[in-house]
Design a protein around this ligand. Sequence first.
Ligand code: C5P
Length: 222
Amino acid sequence: MSVWAVLAAAGSGERLGADRPKAFARLGDEPLLAESLRRLDASDWVEFIVVAAPPGWEEPVILLAEELGCSKVSAAVVGGETRGESVARALAEVPEDAAVVLVHDAARPLLEDDVIERVLTALNEGWDGAVPGLPVADTVKRVEGDRVVETLRRDELRAVQTPQAFVASVLREAYSAGDVRAATDCSSLVEARGGRVKVVEGDPRLIKITDGADLERVAALL
Ligand code: C5P
């Protein structure tokens, strides 16, 4: 099974308030991107990696990969305006004969190999895709303006993370037909085309870095 990883790292990270894109914000002594890049490269499950880089940062991404000895990085492409567009551009670099695409957000640096194993195992069971998910602690309500219109059943909800794994042909088809700009994850595009996606156990350490407090929280877990 040839597994290509797509690492979405093209976000601007405005909410971090740094003078550089989020992927190059400092996490400990390194750019944030280094952690997920190194972990993907070290995974026996992953054969090749394509990185969606912030515009103008393709070269620094390649240099960082070389510095870290990440030999699986095959390309750094310029990201788009939204996550969906960045993933689409990276996907265009994945060869036709790839069997599986694993899409991960660089904003979730603490990637463990066992999560990768869980999502890939689901594909071996015959699913079109698999996503890690965690139970939701808060009660979630749907609103229109200030008005609550619905309270969702908490036991039916999962907070979904990355890495998300897909049969490559299914993901390509979903990206070519779907509303890529608006998609906040890959699974939603596959679901919209009728794809069967399994939710597997997520990992609480896969915290998504949005602001400075998240960076500090993750740095403490390194
Ligand atoms: O912005 P947000 O935190 O939701 O982004 C999730 C992931 O998608 C991050 O790893 C970010 O770098 C990536 N992204 C991207 N291209 C964009 C926006 C976000 O690759 N235009």
